[in-house]
Design a protein around this ligand. Structure first.
Ligand SMILES: Cc1ncc(COP(=O)(O)O)c(C=O)c1O
Length: 345
């Protein structure tokens, strides 16, 4: 076994890929197939997602989470619409205006809430703001990040409540599931209860952070949105002619619950890290429910970790605040080495 420690905590996309996913790509490379998704890997992927979500779903394999979010929202929102989302959400801060571009100019409107979760009271006000007024964008969709950008998760009841407020006002519901697997693994709720049964129309499934190499997927529960997506995906240059390579990755990722096993691993190392930080007297901003952890580090601890070769984002959100993201590629020993370095500092 390798004794090289994994000291990268910048994001979960620092991880490589599990052997099952690599083997599936190699298998796809060893055969010829019809293009554009008419292949056995894409067929199998559709079947697996139907089983995961306990119903037929429309599936669009794409190459990034950003395009999954942008096209998913574009299928739900008119150019004069608005997307209600948490101010700290990835679609609002970290996608370079892609959701605005692909929706044809819809506006992203921040709806605050503690621990990066949209607050129901604030949402009730936001769904009414400007509705019917030709001078204002029209509230058209709610977008939730599951898990959130600070590593908290929405329970099925919380998704139901927020989606209910949105639906009652005529809005559609989108979920950015870049870390959906981590949320499912933490909550123990079924993927169906967390999505369509709670009122979600479109889900960015999220896979690159938790095991695929280059593939993500839009999972669509709404027929009208699915009809549009077939065209929007091609128009965005996301209808891969060799879709089978995306699909092979996603298919292997879902087989035998690999996606959940990997997410349990990264959730577990995040929990171990949280325990180690607390034992060392380091303050956490929130108890992690997924694989993201924010902590306030004294300068000497931050500098000690950096000098030892640990990589993580820091002092970006507030002075002294550092973010650690664990992946399926971290081991308990990697975490223990980090904590030992903290204790020495
Ligand atoms: C919450 C969230 N959503 C979406 C994305 C977008 O993923 P990608 O980098 O594949 O576009 C990320 C990536 O960091 C993310 O953290």
């Amino acid at each position: 076994m390798s004794t090289t420690r994994n000291r990268l905590f910048l994001s979960d996309n620092t991880a490589g890929a599990p052997p099952e996913v690599v083997a599936a790509v190699a298998a796809a490379a060893g055969e010829q197939s019809a293009p554009y998704g008419s292949d056995r890997f894409t067929d199998s992927l559709r079947g697996r997602l139907a089983a995961v979500f306990e119903r037929e779903v429309a599936v669009f394999p794409v190459s990034t989470g950003t395009i999954a979010n942008s096209l998913g929202l574009a299928a739900l929102v008119p150019p004069w619409g608005s997307v209600l989302c948490h101010p700290e959400s990835h679609i609002n801060l970290d996608e370079c205006g892609a959701p605005e571009a692909f929706t044809g100019g819809a506006k992203l409107v921040g709806v605050p809430g503690a621990d990066c979760r949209v607050d129901p009271g604030a949402l009730r006000e936001a769904v009414r703001r400007g509705a019917g007024d030709a001078h204002s964008v029209q509230p058209s969709a709610l977008s939730l990040s599951q898990a959130t950008e600070v590593g908290t998760a929405y329970s099925a009841a919380q998704v139901r409540e927020l989606a209910g407020i949105a639906k009652e006002a005529g809005l559609a519901v989108h979920v950015d599931g870049a870390r959906f697997a981590n949320a499912v693994a933490h909550l123990g709720a079924s993927p169906a209860e967390l999505t369509w049964k709670a009122g979600v129309d479109v889900l960015s499934f999220g896979a690159t952070k938790n095991g695929t190499m280059t593939a993500d997927a839009i999972v669509c529960f709404d027929g009208a949105a699915a009809e549009q997506l077939a065209f929007r995906v091609k128009r965005a240059g996301q209808l891969a002619s060799k879709m089978r390579f995306h699909s092979a990755q996603l298919d292997a990722y879902l087989a035998d619950d690999l996606w959940l096993r990997l997410a349990r691993r990264s959730n577990g190392t995040a929990a171990r890290l949280a325990g180690g930080f607390k034992a060392a007297g380091i303050e956490l901003l929130a108890e992690p429910q997924a694989n993201i952890l924010f902590a306030t580090l004294p300068d000497r601890v931050r500098d000690g970790l950096l000098a030892a070769g640990f990589a993580f984002h820091h002092d970006r959100w507030a002075p002294g605040v550092a973010r650690f993201v664990t992946s399926f590629a971290h081991t308990d020993d990697d975490i223990d080495e980090l904590i030992a370095t903290v204790e020495r500092a």
